[in-house]
Design a protein around this ligand. Structure first.
Ligand SMILES: [Zn+2]
Length: 101
């Protein structure tokens, strides 16, 4: 496909700060209880936090440092990441459930 000079929305990974096209990053959002969930469709309302689908960024997200980053990204509203979210992220890393259209 020929690259057109159209503006692609860019977002920064909350861990490594690298800017990448939005749809190449994982989007994290908050559910109604303030838990961090994976927004696979990029449709959840409200603030989002973006993360590289990359082993090192995901590993860092699951540390205390990553926790702080999430709180910062969601202006202190994030509670914690649900185990389901972590599973989903890890599954995407393995390419198991990747749907990318
Ligand atoms: Zn990253």
């Amino acid at each position: 496909m020929v690259e057109k000079r159209r503006h692609v929305p860019q977002r920064s990974c909350i861990i490594c700060k690298k800017k990448t096209a939005k749809h190449k990053l994982l989007r994290l959002a908050l559910d109604e209880k303030g838990r961090v969930v994976l927004d696979k469709e990029y449709k959840q309302p409200g603030r989002g936090a973006y993360l590289c689908p990359d082993d090192s960024c995901v590993a860092k997200l699951l540390t205390r440092h990553g926790e702080k980053r999430l709180r910062w990204a969601f202006k202190g509203k994030a509670k914690d990441i649900t185990p389901k979210t972590i599973d989903e992220i890890l599954a995407i890393l393995k390419g198991a459930t990747r749907k990318h259209e």
